[in-house]
Structure formats: structure tokens, C-alpha cells
Design a protein around this ligand. Structure first.
Ligand code: G
Ligand code: MN
Length: 400
């Protein structure tokens, strides 16, 4: 029995033959409740009519090219209605259109399960529908935990609830742990873990705000010192804010902290996100070059998402490139991402940069990205961010 057999599905398709064919595929995979519409207007009418009943539409399978209202405009109307169900798009169009439309859906917060080429393959349809449950069950990594309010966050920040978490990085060639990325996390008294995007804006409301970065670096260097003492060779990556690239006092504090823990600079990689703008390139070049001259490694983080990716590579002395997870998550289904990622590997090799893939969530993505020639994997498949204690357990086990 298909676990989705009771889902209410709406098929939006103008060609009668195609419509019948999709309905028959849906029935063959066990779907019992199917309604049809032959254009966007009819579909919206159907959704609105059922909205207040307990029979609302939960999944829409929609053609992109239709008369009156095409599938792309239809998606905007869905977003306006805050449609909470899932969507699968059907098309005979090429991958650049599918990729743009998928990005648009994401920006509209529409839950797009994926796209299917016509004629529809019922096994692929079934596997896309399988993601409905997968998405529901997936532990959320970006929302605020249930029941947490702002005052809980402020309380935790004022009471030393800020911790470094560590996500392991693995070598593609022998699958060993080669590094850890330190990530700032707020841990509430009941153990709930909160991501930086939910608490950074609260810093200016604290009683005595200290630089959260230095708190995280200190904990990270402390762990690295412990691992060096245990003779566990590992590289540590830390995130460095673009807003600090004109701040030499902060630079000095960083270097002094590494000295305090007697950390060899070669074992530290400073990740700089290209998402944020660099105010004064002259000062940034000076500061980052001084890091490199003193032996620290430099990584361009979230590569491909900034406004001047190539310019940054030309200007700044990086020796590692980290491809943003938005190009990696779902790469196994997306020819556009494959082309972008594969040519980025070529670029990295030509520039003599190590290349890291962030956002590897499946074995299929691992295999594909490994074959392209990536050096290092960081992703939920190989490990989520861990507390310091759990990171030590992982590394000591791997060392045996
Ligand atoms: O700073 P950087 O962009 O490197 O931050 C890494 C962030 O990406 C962390 O918050 C981490 O939890 C998240 N992350 C790491 N691996 C994955 C993954 O496989 N999938 C998703 N969705 N997020 C990931
Ligand atoms: Mn990072």
C-alpha cells in the first residue's frame, strides 16, 4: 500500500491525452483521490473551493506550458494564497528553465518536490511523492525550536550559552576525517540548539556583549590543542566575518589567541563568506595576505553565491574553495548544478585551490561529486555539527 494513497492530488494539464495518462500513472502507484483542471484558473477555483473543507488539495501536478495562465504565473498565484501543499511540475522544456522555475518556487516558499519530463515515468513520480514524508520528517536545521521565544535566547546569551559546534569534514579519497568546521551555536538550558541567524541580531541588546566570534575561536582552539596533544592530526576551519576585514585589532586578537593555545597556523583554515560585501578591498587584501604570510590557510566560503565570485578569487589570496551547498543539495537530479559544479572543480584545480563540497546529503551526491574531483566532503551524509564532546568521541574512535 502506498503511504500517500490518501493524498488529494490535483492534476493541471491542458492536453486531454496527457491528463488521462498522468491520472492513470497516479492510479497505478495507488493514489485514490485525483481531480483535474485544464488550466490555471480552473485549478485555482478548485483549490479555493476545497480550501475550507477537510478535503483540501495536498499535491498539485502541474504542466508549465498552458493556455490562459501558464504554470509559472500559476505558481505566483499559489504563493499569494500561501498554498501549503506540495507541487510537482511537468515539462518538456530544457534544464535551464526548470532550474530557474525551481529557484522561483523556493523564493516564493512553495514546496516543490521536483520536476518530471513528459511522458511521465510513474516510478519517478512515485519517488518524488516519497519526498512528501521525507520532508515532513526531516529534522529542521533552520527554524527556531518549538516554543522558544526571544527572551530565552537573550537569557542564554547572557549566561554563557554560546558554544562552538563542530561539523566533520571527510576526505573523498579514503573517507577519513580530515577536518572540523567550528560553527557558533546557542544551547538553551533544556539542551535545544539554536543557529546563529536566530540570535545574532540580539547582540546589541545584551548586558555586556563580547565578540561572539572570539568566544567560538577560543573553544575551537582549546579543542584543537587537546587533539594535537592526543596526536590526532586534524585541520580546524573557523568562520571569519567580512565586516572584520578592516579591523586590525581583531586580527591581532585572533593571532594572539592561536599563540596562546600554541596552535600551528598551518592547521587553521579561515573561511570567509563571499555573501557579505567587503567595505575596503585594500585593507582586506592586506589583512588576508598577512594571515597567509603567517601560515594560516584561507578559504572562500559559499562560493558562487556572492556578487563578485571571480573578482574575489583574483584579488584575495585563497588556497581553498568551498562550493556553496545550494549547488550541491539535489545535484543528482539537476543538470544545471552538475555543469556549474563540474566546471568549478576545473577552475579550482587550475588555480591550485583545494576544493570542498558542502551540503552532501546522499550517497548519490557523494559519488557524483567525488567523480568530479573534489577533495573534501562536508555534509549531513557524513556528519551533522556535533558538540565538543561528541566531536572528540568521533575523532578518538576514528583514530583507533
Ligand atoms: O559557514 P558555512 O556556510 O560553511 O556553514 C555551514 C552550515 O551549513 C552549517 O550551519 C551546517 O549545519 C550547514 N550544513 C552543513 N552540511 C549540510 C548539508 O548537508 N545540508 C544542509 N542543508 N545544510 C548543511
Ligand atoms: Mn563556513
Amino acid at each position: 500500500m502506498n503511504e500517500n494513497s490518501h493524498v488529494n492530488v490535483l492534476v493541471v494539464e491542458d492536453h486531454v491525452f496527457q491528463q488521462d495518462y498522468i491520472c492513470s500513472c497516479l492510479r497505478q502507484i495507488g493514489i485514490q483521490h485525483i481531480v483535474t483542471a485544464s488550466d490555471g484558473y480552473e485549478a485555482l477555483h478548485c483549490i479555493d473551493e476545497r480550501y475550507h473543507s477537510n478535503d483540501s488539495i495536498e499535491l498539485i501536478v502541474c504542466d508549465l506550458k498552458m493556455p490562459n495562465m501558464d504554470g509559472i504565473a500559476f505558481m505566483r498565484y499559489l504563493a499569494e494564497r500561501q498554498f501549503v501543499g506540495y507541487l510537482i511540475i511537468l515539462t518538456a522544456m530544457d534544464s535551464s528553465i526548470i532550474s530557474s522555475v525551481s529557484q522561483m518556487a523556493k523564493k516564493y516558499q512553495i514546496k516543490l518536490l521536483g520536476s518530471l519530463h513528459k511522458p511521465v515515468d510513474k516510478l519517478l513520480l512515485n519517488s518524488l511523492m516519497g519526498k512528501m514524508h521525507y520532508k515532513k520528517d526531516l529534522p529542521s536545521d533552520d527554524g527556531l525550536p518549538d516554543g522558544v521565544v526571544e527572551s530565552d535566547l537573550i537569557h542564554a546569551l547572557n549566561n554563557e550559552g554560546l558554544f562552538a559546534y563542530f561539523q566533520p569534514k571527510f576526505s573523498f579519497s579514503d573517507e577519513s576525517v580530515v577536518g572540523l568546521e567550528a560553527l557558533a551555536r546557542l544551547v538553551l538550558p533544556n539542551g535545544q540548539v539554536v543557529l546563529p541567524e536566530h540570535f545574532l541580531h540580539l547582540y546589541d541588546r545584551l548586558d555586556n556583549a563580547k565578540s561572539f566570534e572570539l568566544t567560538v575561536y577560543r573553544q575551537a582552539f582549546e579543542l584543537l590543542r587537546y587533539l594535537i596533544n592526543q596526536r590526532i592530526p586534524i585541520r580546524l576551519s573557523v568562520n571569519y566575518s567580512a565586516s572584520m576585514l578592516d579591523n586590525f585589532e581583531f586580527y591581532d586578537s585572533f593571532v594572539a589567541l592561536a599563540e596562546e593555545y600554541n596552535i600551528p597556523p598551518q592547521s587553521i583554515t579561515i573561511e570567509l563568506t563571499e555573501k557579505n560585501i567587503i567595505k575596503d578591498p585594500k585593507l582586506a587584501i592586506e589583512l588576508l595576505s598577512r594571515f597567509r604570510v603567517n601560515g594560516f590557510n584561507l578559504s572562500v566560503d559559499d562560493f558562487g553565491t556572492g556578487y563578485s565570485s571571480f573578482k574575489q578569487l583574483e584579488l584575495l589570496p585563497f588556497n581553498e574553495l568551498k562550493v556553496d551547498k545550494s549547488f550541491i543539495v539535489g545535484i543528482e537530479f539537476d543538470a544545471q548544478k552538475q555543469a556549474i559544479v563540474e566546471s568549478t572543480v576545473e577552475l579550482a584545480h587550475r588555480l591550485d585551490l583545494d576544493i570542498v563540497a558542502e551540503g552532501i546529503e546522499t550517497r548519490a551526491a557523494w559519488d557524483m561529486v567525488k567523480a568530479y574531483g573534489f577533495d573534501v566532503c562536508q555534509g549531513f551524509l557524513t556528519g551533522k555539527p556535533l558538540s565538543k564532546g561528541d566531536a572528540i568521541l568521533l575523532l578518538e574512535k576514528a583514530d583507533k
